[in-house]
Design a protein around this ligand. Sequence first.
Ligand SMILES: NC(=O)c1ccc[n+]([C@@H]2O[C@H](COP(=O)([O-])OP(=O)(O)OC[C@H]3O[C@@H](n4cnc5c(N)ncnc54)[C@H](O)[C@@H]3O)[C@@H](O)[C@H]2O)c1
Ligand SMILES: [Zn+2]
Length: 383
Amino acid sequence: MGETQGQGVRVAMSILYTVHVDLGPRSYPVYIGHDILMEVGDLFRRHTLGRKMAVVSDENVARLYLGEVVEALREAEYKPVPVVVPPGEASKSVEVADRIYEHLILARLDRGSTVVALGGGMVGDLAGFVAATFLRGIAFVQLPTSFLAFVDASVGGKVAVNHRLGKNLIGAFHQPRFVAIDVAVLRTLPERELRAGLVEAVKHSVIRDEELFGFLEENVERLLAGEASPELWAELVARNVRIKAEVVSQDEREESGLRMILNYGHTVGHALETLTGYSRFLHGEAVALGMVAAGAIAQEKGLLSSEDRSRQDRLLSKFPLPGMEGISDDEVFEQMHSDKKVREGMVRFVLARRIGCVEVREDVEEDEVKKGLEAVRKFLKKA
Ligand SMILES: NC(=O)c1ccc[n+]([C@@H]2O[C@H](COP(=O)([O-])OP(=O)(O)OC[C@H]3O[C@@H](n4cnc5c(N)ncnc54)[C@H](O)[C@@H]3O)[C@@H](O)[C@H]2O)c1
Ligand SMILES: [Zn+2]
C-alpha cells in the first residue's frame, strides 16, 4: 500500500510496484497495483498533463470500466472526452483512426492534450498511433486491461494500425508518459484471453529469466484457472514488465537487434496465425506452438539441452491450445518467407541456449523447420 500526494489531498492507493522504463528524456514509470483505476486521476496529476484528454476504449472494456475512469478524471478536474470503438482487431485501422481524429478535432484537443488508451493491446496500439500522429504527436497514457497488454503491448512504445496487406505495417514509436496496470480488471477478462496472454510471460522467462520460469512452473495451475491472488498477479506482472522494460531501454527502436529476442516463438507463431486467417489461434496460442517448434529446432542444432527443451514443453503443455489440422509444413515454411517484415529473404529465428538465454539466428534450414513442426504435432497429440 503506497501513499501519494494529490493537490492538497492525501489519497491512499494500492500501488504495489513501480517499474521504471529507462529511456533518457522519454523515461516513464509503469505503476502496477490493485483497484487503482478508480484513483487514476491522482496519477495523472503526478504527471502534469493538460486538462483535455481523449479516453479511447472498445465497447467491451468501455461497458465495464470507462464510466469509472471518466469519473475519476472529472473528480481530478480533467476534461475527458470518451471515444469508443468496436472491439476486435479490425478496429486497428487507418479508417477507425480517422474517426478518432475527427472526435479530437471536434472536441478541440490541442498540443497540450492527452490520448489515453483504456483497453487491451488493440486499443493501446490504435490510440497510441493516434497520439503519435495527431498534431505531430501529443501525450499518451496507457491504461491496459488485458494480460497481454499488461506484460507486453503497453510497454515499449510501439504503436500501429494494420493495413489490408499486413498487420502493424503503419506505425510509429511513441512512448507513453506513464502506464497504470490495475490487476483487478483481470476478473472480467475472458479466460481464453488470459491464458493466451500468459504465454507471453512464459516467453519472457525463456528469453531472459530462469527464476521467472520457476515461478511460472510453481504457479501455472493457479494462474491458468484465474485463481491467483491480486498480489501474485501483481508480482507476475511486475517481473514481466521489468524484462520488457530492460530490453526496450537497451534497444528502443529495434536497431541493435536485442529487441528481436522478444519475438521468440513468433516466427512460426505468426505463420500459423496468418495461415488460419487469425481465426483459429489467439496470438499467444500460436506463439506457444511457435516456442515448441523453436525448442525442437534449438535442440536439433545442438544449442538447447533435451532437459531444458522438455522443461519448456512441460510448462506449455498446461495451456489448452488449438491444433494444426489442415496446415501443411510447406504452407508454414512459405508463409514464414512471405512475412512482410522478412529482410532480404532471411527468416530470423530466436533460439534458446538454455532457459533464460536466447540468441537470434538466420541459419535455420528448411529441414530443421520441418523437424520443429513435427515436434509441434507430437506435442499436440500428447496434450
Ligand atoms: N505494441 C506492442 O508492443 C504490442 C505487443 C504485443 C501485441 N500487440 C498488439 O496487441 C493486440 C492484441 O492485444 P489483446 O490480446 O489485448 O487484444 P484486444 O485488445 O483485442 O483484447 C482482447 C479482447 O478482450 C477484451 N478485453 C480486454 N480487456 C478486458 C477486460 N479487462 N475485461 C473484459 N474484456 C476485456 C477486448 O474487448 C477484446 O475483445 C494486437 O493488435 C497486437 O498486435 C502490440
Ligand atoms: Zn507476441
